[in-house]
Design a protein around this ligand. Sequence first.
Ligand SMILES: [Mg+2]
Length: 111
Amino acid sequence: MEFDEYQKLASRTALFAKDDKEYILMLICLGIAGESGEILEKVKHLVRDDKGVVTPERREGIKKEIGDVLWYLSQLARELDLSFDEIADANIKKLTSRLERDMLNSEGDDR
Ligand SMILES: [Mg+2]
């Protein structure tokens, strides 16, 4: 599935109680934080309880939480009129440039 196609389909399920940009952006950002926390919690259990062994069940659970984060990121991009394809393309170009210039392990957003 293409990123923009995902964004379009996911937006059909973005139903917010208020039609208020600030409210929606806040809910989306809280959602990103909450769902990211759910990933971390599952990874914690993977490390602590499963001794680092990735069971099929754990993998599936983490996959679902990654999807939840993806959904919120998709909504954030949409609210800011950003195309998911465009974001993915720009990100891979940035990372490829850093790789080619041996700058992956240095610091700064604009390196
Ligand atoms: Mg979740």
